[in-house]
Design a protein around this ligand. Structure first.
Ligand code: ZN
Length: 272
């Protein structure tokens, strides 16, 4: 039988020092510096408005996203630390009170300098396959990464408004958790699926009518009328950028989103 030797105090102390140094190095290498965090917060009015406890949780989850996800530049885009931090922070907003497990089934974020071109293929109701070339600023692949245009995020930084590309694409990822993107993410046990369908369907129909009548007068981004999946994604980004608008236009949708995201942005954001 091998004897288990008690380490001498010196060896034990030395190992402890090395362990502590390693821990400090590791946490520093993964941490967001105070300066970078302050700069990153500047890109998100909702993050700045959150109470201190929520902001601390936001910072911790942002650091976890930075560790857990790969950030890859495409078409010559060089991914900088501020770009990574900016994207990670916005990605955390929807899951602040849900947890990082909601993003467990994807691992990377691809960033293009501007819009990117994709070929889409879909079958119409007559079974005819159509192929389309489209320029996009964001995309959430059902079995793959989130793809983003840096130009679109830069524009949001310069002129803050109702848009938030990262939250929009992350909302699609949440929607995809229970199958196809259809505006119906996996609801919590205390939520009523029929009430969700009723409230979202009524609001979607109302928006489609408004957009058909006069898209320019719609206060909600008319792109939400594209289909129920886009309606959920646009409502989600607007919920966090201009919550009072969602509440005024569709109070029952606001309450559903409040239950789903377990957040109430209206509490913290000033009326636009
Ligand atoms: Zn979308």
């Amino acid at each position: 039988m091998a004897a288990k030797r008690k380490p001498s105090p010196r060896r034990g102390a030395r190992a402890g020092v090395l362990r502590n140094l390693y821990r400090r190095w590791r946490s520093r290498s993964n941490a967001l510096s105070n300066a970078l965090w302050a700069e990153t917060l500047y890109s998100c009015a909702y993050a700045r408005a959150l109470p201190p406890d929520d902001r601390a949780q936001l910072r911790e989850l942002t650091a976890q996203v930075l560790r857990a996800k790969a950030f890859e530049g495409a078409a010559g885009f060089k991914v900088t630390e501020p770009a990574r931090a900016r994207i990670a922070l916005h990605a955390v907003i929807p899951i602040l009170h849900l947890g990082l497990d909601y993003y467990a089934d994807w691992s990377s974020i691809v960033i293009y300098p501007g819009d990117f071109r994709v070929q889409d293929e879909y079958m119409d109701e007559h079974g005819i396959v159509h192929r389309e070339i489209m320029d996009l600023c964001g995309q959430s692949m059902s079995q793959g990464p989130i793809v983003l245009s840096w130009e679109a995020m830069r524009a949001e930084n310069e002129t803050p408004g109702d848009y938030d590309l990262v939250i929009h694409e992350c909302a699609h990822k949440l929607d995809l958790l229970n199958g196809e993107a259809n505006g119906f993410p996996p609801l919590h046990a205390d939520m009523d699926a029929r009430a969700w369908a009723r409230d979202f369907h009524a609001a979607y129909r109302k928006l489609c009518t408004e957009v058909d009548d006069n898209a320019e007068h719609s206060r909600i981004d008319p792109y939400a009328a594209e289909d129920p999946a886009e309606f959920f994604a646009v409502m989600s980004e607007t919920f966090f950028t201009n919550p009072h608008l969602v509440y005024e236009a569709y109070p029952s949708v606001y309450k559903q989103l409040q239950h789903f995201y377990r957040q109430d942005p209206r509490q913290f954001m000033k009326q636009a």
